[in-house]
Design a protein around this ligand. Structure first.
Ligand code: DOR
Ligand code: ZN
Length: 339
C-alpha cells in the first residue's frame, strides 16, 4: 500500500448503535465519539417505549459523552400507537423513529410485534407524519434463512405504505440488496462485520463468540455483494455498525449473547477496507452523505481524519467495572484516527 494516505470525513454517522445504560453506557459511549452522531437503539431492559424515558436516556448518553458534541438520533421500541402517542413522540427533542422487532427475535425483543396486522393504523399514521420505521428483519425460521424469509414482509410493508420511510436494518444478504432496487421507500444499513466476514469466520473453525451476532453472518456471495454495494456508495445503503457490547462474561459463555463490538475501530477499519479496494472517495457518502440525504439530517459539525498509520486494538476495553472485547481484539489494523 502507498504510504501517507489519509482521508478527512465530515460528520461520520453510525446509523445503528447500541449504547446500553449504566456503567456499560459510561464505558462505551466515549468510544463512539469519533462519530458526529448515531441512531440509538431502544432495546434496553425494559425497552424504551415512551418519550419521557427516551429523553432521559438521551440525556444520560450526553452525560456519558462528557461534553463531546454528538447528535443523538433516538428511537422508540415499536408497539401499536395512538395518534396522540405518535404526536408526543414526534414533538420530543431528538426523536428519530420507531424500531420494530419481531417478538423474541433478538436481545431484549420479547415485547416486539407478534402480528403486523395490529400495527396497520400506526403505520398509516407514521407515513402521514413522516416518521421513519426501522426494522429488524428476521423471521423465526432456520437461522440462515431468517432474513430471506422476512423479505416478503418488507415487500408487503413497502407496497402497503408507499410513503413510509422503511429502513432494513443490518442487511446480510444479496437478496436484501435486490429488494432495495425494487422499492424507492426502502433503505438499508449494513454493519462492518457483514462487509468482511462469513459464517465460516464465526463457526468454520474454533467457535468465535465475539463474531456471533444476529443476523448471523452469511455466505461469501452475500458478503461480496454487500461489500460491492458499500464500496460503490449505493445511494440507499448507509453504515450502521450495530456495535452491540456485552460484558465479556456474557460472550465467553455457554449461551453466548449475540452482538459484535466494533464502535472504537469501525472508522479505521472502514478506511482500510475502502482504501484496499480503491474506493476511499465513496466513504463519505457511505458513512454520512447518504444518511443525511435520506433522512434530512443536519448533525453536529465534526471532522475526523483517518490515515494509514497502524492502530493497535486493545484485547479488551475496561472501565467502571465493565469489560468488553472488541472485534480484532489484540490485532493491528493498518489505519487509525489521526489525533
Ligand atoms: O447481535 C445483535 N445484538 N443483534 C441484535 O439485533 C441485537 C444486538 C444486541 O442488542 O445485543
Ligand atoms: Zn442492533
Amino acid at each position: 500500500m502507498m504510504a501517507g494516505m489519509e482521508i478527512t470525513l465530515n460528520a461520520p454517522l453510525d446509523m445503528h448503535l447500541h449504547l446500553r445504560d449504566g456503567d456499560m453506557l459510561k464505558l462505551v459511549a466515549p468510544l463512539s465519539s469519533d462519530f458526529a452522531g448515531a441512531v440509538i437503539m431502544p432495546n434496553l431492559v425494559p425497552p424504551v417505549t415512551d418519550p419521557g424515558a427516551m429523553l432521559a436516556y438521551s440525556e444520560r448518553i450526553a452525560a456519558a459523552m462528557s461534553g463531546e458534541p454528538f447528535s443523538r438520533y433516538m428511537t422508540l421500541f415499536f408497539t401499536a400507537q395512538t395518534e396522540q402517542q405518535l404526536r408526543m413522540a414526534a414533538e420530543t427533542p431528538g426523536f428519530f423513529g420507531y424500531k420494530l422487532y419481531p417478538a423474541g427475535i433478538t436481545t431484549n425483543s420479547e415485547g416486539g410485534v407478534a402480528n403486523l396486522a395490529e400495527a396497520d393504523s400506526t403505520l398509516n399514521m407514521m407515513q402521514d407524519m413522516g416518521i421513519p420505521l426501522l426494522v429488524h428483519g428476521e423471521s423465526h425460521g432456520f437461522v440462515m434463512d431468517r432474513e430471506a424469509e422476512f423479505l416478503a414482509v418488507y415487500r408487503n410493508l413497502a407496497t402497503r405504505y408507499p410513503r413510509l420511510r422503511i429502513c432494513m436494518e443490518h442487511i446480510t444478504t444479496a437478496a436484501a440488496l435486490q429488494l432495495l432496487e425494487e422499492f424507492e421507500n426502502l433503505c438499508a444499513t449494513v454493519t462492518l462485520q457483514h462487509l468482511i466476514i462469513t459464517l465460516d469466520d464465526v463457526a468454520g473453525g474454533a467457535l468465535q463468540p465475539h463474531l456471533f451476532c444476529k443476523p448471523i453472518a452469511k455466505r461469501p456471495g452475500d458478503r461480496d455483494a454487500l461489500l460491492q454495494a458499500a464500496l460503490s456508495a449505493h445511494p440507499r445503503l448507509m453504515f450502521g455498525s450495530d456495535s452491540a457490547p456485552h460484558p465479556r462474561c456474557r460472550k465467553e459463555a455457554c449461551g453466548c449473547a449475540a452482538g459484535v463490538f466494533t464502535a472504537p475501530l469501525a472508522l479505521p477499519r472502514l478506511a482500510e477496507l475502502f482504501a484496499t479496494h480503491h474506493a476511499l472517495d465513496n466513504l463519505q457518502d457511505f458513512v454520512s452523505g447518504n444518511a443525511c440525504r435520506i433522512y434530512g439530517l443536519n448533525p453536529v459539525q465534526k471532522q475526523v481524519t483517518l490515515h494509514d498509520t497502524p492502530m493497535q486494538v486493545p484485547t479488551a476495553y475496561r472501565s467502571y467495572g465493565q469489560q468488553v472485547v472488541p472485534m480484532y481484539a489484540g490485532e493491528q489494523l493498518s489505519w487509525s484516527v489521526k489525533r
